[in-house]
Design a protein. Structure first.
Length: 172
């Protein structure tokens, strides 16, 4: 088999392994969310808003999360009812940002996630984890999702980036 043929075959194995990792990460997120009493959508919203302290328009939030504006609005409304998010509006848009309670929930989610993920990687050495992190960062740097590579964010002209695997494992 040629080197290119082997590379393509291994690439398919990588896709399979990443899919299994995604499923495990989703299960981890569900566990963390259940413990904190919120949905995965609310978690995702809070973590995104944490990256933009000055706020994000709901349209941009929907675009970055690859959801409908209606779904983004319903998630934000639920977060507002829980006291985690505040909204402001002007003639052109509605923006959302974290409240102090929202910031506290984000801190709790990160702590709870760290505990669950630490349990999951308990069998790996520090060198294994560093190597995994290095490879995942290289992979994610070469493979950005469309929704994350070209959003028009209105939070002081900032553009969101796909979370690095370090952040994803921290936050997931």
């Amino acid at each position: 088999m040629s080197v290119e043929g082997l590379r393509q075959e291994l690439a398919l194995d990588v896709v399979d392994a990443l899919e299994k990792a995604r499923e495990a990460l989703n299960a981890t997120m569900i566990e963390v969310c259940a413990k904190a009493g919120l949905t995965v959508g609310q978690r995702s919203c809070l973590l995104l808003l944490a990256a933009f302290p000055s706020g994000v328009s709901l349209s941009d939030l929907a675009r970055v999360q690859d959801t409908s504006r209606q779904y983004a609005h319903s998630v934000v409304r639920a977060c507002v009812r829980r006291g985690w998010v505040a909204t402001t509006s002007d003639a052109q848009r509605v923006s959302a940002c974290l409240t102090e309670q929202g910031q506290a929930m984000v801190a709790r989610l990160r702590e709870d996630t760290a505990v669950v993920v630490a349990r999951a990687v308990r069998g790996m050495t520090v060198d294994d984890l560093k190597h995994l992190l290095h490879l995942l960062n290289r992979f994610s740097g070469s493979c950005q999702p469309r929704a994350m590579s070209e959003p028009r964010m209105s939070a002081e002209g900032a553009r969101p980036q796909a979370p690095s695997p370090a952040v994803a494992s921290e936050e997931a």
